[in-house]
Design a protein around this ligand. Structure first.
Ligand code: COA
Length: 154
């Protein structure tokens, strides 16, 4: 299993070294524990793990999994310019009792680095309209709203 960052860095209190790596099937139970909706968590995690084009990065310490970033890779045709690769951060969740310690930022930085290594031209974030904290989290990292999308419920 490849490791995204080679040097573990300590998180703010309790100063545990964490590293970010790709998740696999053996992480299923712990991934379910990270999600807010226990009833649907298992099905959701299995779908992520099995879907081509979906990548899960996890932040890990000796306490176990601390957070997950769900990345969707899309190839977007560009008229006259071939195609571009776009990575969408579809979900990013940090263990509820460890929020505010820069774990989310570490995961997001690893996701951006992972995207750059795969020559993606853009990283997008999906945040619900009512999730103001989530929005501020991405904005504080440098993400900006783009108004080039129209959406229709299918
Ligand atoms: C959003 C989330 C991933 C942030 O992770 P985190 O580890 O708590 O965030 P960090 O400590 O790395 O914060 C980095 C920056 O984001 C911003 N931020 C983080 N949480 C915030 C909050 N609740 N309100 C406002 N800004 C916030 C701050 O600017 C912070 O920088 P600072 O530490 O200098 O103040 C986490 O709160 C979470 O799992 N929320 C539930 C799931 C969710 O809403 N995910 C995002 C949409 S998919």
């Amino acid at each position: 299993m490849s490791i995204i960052e080679t040097e573990p860095e300590a998180i703010e209190p309790p100063h545990l070294p964490i590293r970010v790596r790709l998740a696999g099937p053996r992480d299923c139970e712990e991934l379910c524990d990270l999600l807010d909706n226990p009833a649907g968590a298992r099905e959701q995690v299995l779908t992520w793990l099995e879907s081509p084009g979906t990548t899960l990065l996890v932040a890990q310490s000796e306490m176990g999994l601390l957070g997950v970033a769900v990345l969707l890779t899309r190839i977007v045709p560009v008229p006259g310019a071939g195609a571009h690769k776009v990575v969408e951060v579809d979900n990013l969740v940090v263990r509820a009792d460890l929020r505010g310690r820069r774990i989310g930022r570490r995961l997001l930085a690893a996701a951006v680095e992972w995207s750059r290594q795969r020559r993606a031209v853009q990283v997008e974030a999906v945040v619900g309209d009512v999730n103001r904290d989530g929005r501020r989290f991405y904005e504080s990292f440098g993400f900006a709203a783009a108004h080039d999308r129209l959406v229709l419920a299918a």
